[in-house]
Write a protein that binds this ligand. Sequence first.
Ligand SMILES: *[C@@H]1O[C@H](CO)[C@@H](O)[C@H](O)[C@H]1NC(C)=O
Ligand SMILES: *[C@@H]1O[C@H](CO)[C@@H](O)[C@H](O)[C@H]1NC(C)=O
Ligand SMILES: *[C@@H]1O[C@H](CO)[C@@H](O)[C@H](O)[C@H]1NC(C)=O
Ligand SMILES: *[C@@H]1O[C@H](CO)[C@@H](O)[C@H](O)[C@H]1NC(C)=O
Ligand SMILES: *[C@@H]1O[C@H](CO)[C@@H](O)[C@H](O)[C@H]1NC(C)=O
Ligand SMILES: *[C@@H]1O[C@H](CO)[C@@H](O)[C@H](O)[C@H]1NC(C)=O
Length: 417
Amino acid sequence: MDRIKLIGFMCLLLFYACLDRNATTESNESKKSIIRPKWNNAEINSDLNLSTPEIIKKTGYPSETHVVTTKDGYILTLHRIPGENGSLPVLLVHGAFSTDIVWITLGKGKALAYLLADQGYDVWLGNLRGTTYSREHISLSTSEWKYWDFSFHEMGIYDVPAMITYITNMRSQPLHAYIGHSLGTSGFYIMATERPKIARKVKMMVSFGPGAFADHMRSPTRLILYLINEIEPILRLLFHDELIPQSAYNILKTLIGCNLNFYFAEVCANFLIFTPNGYDPEQLNLTHLPFIVSHLPAAVSVKTVVHYVQVIQSGKTRQYDYGPTKNLMIYKSVEPPEYNLSSITLPMAIYYSNNDLFADPIDVKRLYNLLPNVIDMYEVPRPSFNHAGFIWAKDAPKLLYERVLKIMKENYSSSIL
Ligand SMILES: *[C@@H]1O[C@H](CO)[C@@H](O)[C@H](O)[C@H]1NC(C)=O
Ligand SMILES: *[C@@H]1O[C@H](CO)[C@@H](O)[C@H](O)[C@H]1NC(C)=O
Ligand SMILES: *[C@@H]1O[C@H](CO)[C@@H](O)[C@H](O)[C@H]1NC(C)=O
Ligand SMILES: *[C@@H]1O[C@H](CO)[C@@H](O)[C@H](O)[C@H]1NC(C)=O
Ligand SMILES: *[C@@H]1O[C@H](CO)[C@@H](O)[C@H](O)[C@H]1NC(C)=O
Ligand SMILES: *[C@@H]1O[C@H](CO)[C@@H](O)[C@H](O)[C@H]1NC(C)=O
């Protein structure tokens, strides 16, 4: 059985590797400025096995781990870099295939979580259901398909509300800002439309590479997502609807050399980062690659992928489509209900980029036109900035975070006036 799983999985990824068209077409110019890894960089290597809180501590910040249980029984982990008494709480939520490790990858003085802590914020890092730090449930196990019976809808109506409620109760004050990347933004939009009472506890929201509409999504990953959509029943049978069994992934990463052999770092980077997200090799510090591949990709449910394909194909941001008959039973309508984005009244700041293959500028502008209270709408001023750039670009502090920190400060001053 394990062998069948592995073969099935390898076929998927081989198919995916064939899509890597741009890997061989880079210009001499960009080759020069690629940051070559220091092979066997001892500092990075010693972090490979460390968890988010361990790395935070090692970087010289205090760190805490908190656990929240959602209304539907999922047990989620929040990591925290606590601020002083009276500091403003902020919550950061990662995208698909990720964990909260993405907020600290760039390291001290660069990664957003540390910059926020340096500015005196009380920094909370959320981990969505199913991912590395949030795989427990009060009664279900990750080896049951029932556990994986969720998409970003459930993240939006259960995970995000549970995190926000926990933090605001503990701090007895509103959340100053929610910062989301990709899927982490989708969860927030769904929370804000379906659980507006919770949204009132949040002062502002920052979106990186927002995930609302996706019909202009350009990533070659589209094809593999469509394939997953088609073979969902097989995946349910083989993997209990967990898209990427960690064991299969680890074997594969070893095979293409991501884990063991730094020599293949660039092949690996093309495969895992540039092909899906957009090509921008100068902005990825390859020294971080062993760290990234030792922690990611994290698990995702097949239903999340299928729901995402529905968003791409329908051009609508709406609840999961079970087909007319079951829709009628669940929603009392043949079509699934749409999320009413124009009902989100809290201040929103939106950051997007030209070469983001997931959040295409056309789709982002459509979202912008629906949201009634956008306080900042900003295209990152680098044409090749990609979907992963929001978390891993070496110049993200200058190109993006400086502006975000400024907007967060301004929104604070305006809300206390
Ligand atoms: C490949 O690179 C070219 C030039 O940089 C770009 O125009 C094109 O969109 C890229 N294609 C893919 C699939 O990334
Ligand atoms: C690119 O590199 C190749 C081989 O290294 C060289 O022959 C060619 O002239 C270079 N092209 C440019 C535009 O520098
Ligand atoms: C990480 O853990 C694995 C298995 O526990 C071990 O083989 C490896 O040497 C460790 N790597 C580092 C850098 O500590
Ligand atoms: C912060 O609050 C806690 C609990 O209320 C208290 O124990 C601690 O002394 C306070 N710290 C400062 C620096 O005021
Ligand atoms: C790349 O990452 C390493 C390890 O964090 C760091 O020492 C180095 O300064 C980084 N290089 C650039 C250009 O950011
Ligand atoms: C969506 O929300 C807006 C603002 O609250 C409201 O005016 C509109 O009627 C809502 N649309 C639907 C379809 O409920």
